[in-house]
Every structure is written in C-alpha cells, then in structure tokens.
Write a protein that binds this ligand. Structure first.
Ligand code: F6R
Length: 251
C-alpha cells in the first residue's frame, strides 16, 4: 500500500489524475474502473484537460463504472450515467464505456451480465475508488461480505442522506442500487483510492488501520497487493502520525 497526503482536496484530486494518466502512459492499461460522487469530479476535470492538451489518449481504453441507482435510467440527470456524461464522457473518447443499467427489468441478470463483460474485457487493470463516510466502496455498505460479487443492494439511510444533495428537491434518493461487489473490486490489478474532507477521516482510519472487518467495507482493501491511497490533510487527520510519516514508502 502506498499513501500520499496532499494539502488540499484539489491537489489530492490532481495527484490522483496524474497517477492514473502516468499508469495509462507507462503500463499496459486497457481497462479502467471508474467511480462517481463528489471526490472524483476534479480528477475527471484534470483528466479531460490532459486529453484536451494531447498529453493523454483514452481511445484504446474501456471503462467500467462501479454502480448505478435502481430505477434511474440513463437520461435521469441524477443517474450515474448522466454524471459520467457530464463530468467525463462528453469531454473525452473511450474505446467503450460500460455502466450497470439501473433500469434493467431483471437486476440480477444485469449484474451477472456486468461480471461477464468485465471478464470478457480481460478484467480491470486500474480501479478508481472513493470512500463513503461509513466506509463503503462502490455501494457495498457495512455488512457486505468481502468476497461479494456485483449485485443489487439496499442503501443505508446515511448513504442516502449523504447523496440527497445530488437529487432535485422533492426527489428521494433511490433505496436500492446495483454495485460491483467487493470481491469484484479486489480482482482489479491495481486500485487507487481518493479520500478528501474531514467527514472521511474516521472511515479512512478504519479502512487503513483498523481490523479487516465487514463493519468497514474499505478495510478489505488492506489485502490488495497494489493499493495507492491519495488523501488530503483533512481526510488523513485521524491516521496514525507514524503511518502518515511513512507515506509513499509502503509496499
Ligand atoms: C460512487 C461510489 C461511492 C462513492 C462514495 C463517496 O461510484 O461508488 O462509493 O465513492 O460514496 O462519495 P463522495 O465522493 O461523493 O463523497
């Protein structure tokens, strides 16, 4: 595991974008896993700038997103389809982009299809993750088994409350979502996690320093052989100072 602590959310996002683009330029990355939420918005802006400046080319890359709300179709502005279109896909060209269809008539079949598509693409080379305040990754809430696969899940009240601002007044956050499983995420060859803001500090501490437990889904990442964590000082504020001092040196 490698940890880098940056002074601001902006610089942490920039460092995450640079890490992703360096990996794409210098290794044989063909399949990228993508996240939504507030944290990666600045990452995607930076990636789009690099593509516009011809420093980066994504046209050979396939992408897979982590999750989608059940019941929202791609045209719904609060869907993760629409988010990805807004923040990344309207600015850059991928070879192909895959998202779970939250409006699929058979959600279980849709999740099985997604797992098959990931395998058919050769597996995920680099997966970008955010972290929920309760330690969720993707929409794998506390209690999720660490070997779970892509599946329909029920969102916790705290996650729905945290995401309410992404929905127009009067529209409730869906109660269910489809998410890549923790087992699926752990199969990515490399993982990069971005955590910013004080609201993430307890979750980040539990993920990196706590016991590996289903109470903190992100603690499953401790078992991953190629994990890089970018945090701003606020998200890193509850980390053991000794651990924070060794940033970048872990392996
Ligand atoms: C998004 C996702 C979630 C978010 C997490 C943090 O695709 O899977 O795990 O990464 O909820 O969201 P923000 O960045 O909005 O705090």
């Amino acid at each position: 595991m490698k940890l880098r602590i940056l002074p601001t959310a902006q610089s942490a996002a920039r460092a995450t974008a640079d890490h992703i683009s360096d990996k794409i330029r210098t290794s044989s990355i063909r399949v990228l896993g993508l996240a939504t939420g507030r944290s990666p918005i600045a990452v995607y802006r930076s990636i789009a700038d690099q593509v516009a400046g011809q420093e980066l080319d994504l046209r050979a890359i396939e992408s897979f997103n982590l999750d989608e709300y059940v019941g929202l179709n791609a045209a719904d502005p609060s869907s993760f389809h629409a988010y990805m279109q807004r923040h990344l896909f309207s600015h850059v060209s991928f070879r192909r982009s895959h998202l779970l269809d939250g409006d699929a008539p058979d959600p279980l079949a849709e999740c099985r299809r997604y797992e098959r598509d990931i395998i058919a693409a050769g597996g995920i080379d680099l997966q970008l993750l955010g972290i929920g305040r309760n330690g969720h990754i993707g929409f794998n809430e506390p209690g999720s088994a660490h070997d779970c696969r892509t599946r329909p899940v029920t969102l916790s009240d705290s996650t729905r409350a945290a995401n309410q601002s992404d929905f127009p007044a009067g529209q409730a956050v869906p109660e269910q979502a489809l998410t890549m499983g923790i087992g699926t995420i752990l199969e990515a060859r490399a993982i990069v996690l971005l955590a910013t803001g004080a609201a993430k500090s307890a979750a980040l501490r539990d993920a990196l320093e706590g016991p590996v437990t289903t109470d903190c889904p992100a603690s499953a990442l401790q078992a991953h052989p190629d994990l890089t964590v970018f945090a701003d000082v606020d998200a890193a504020s509850q980390l053991d100072p000794a651990l924070a001092d060794r940033q970048g040196q872990w392996d």
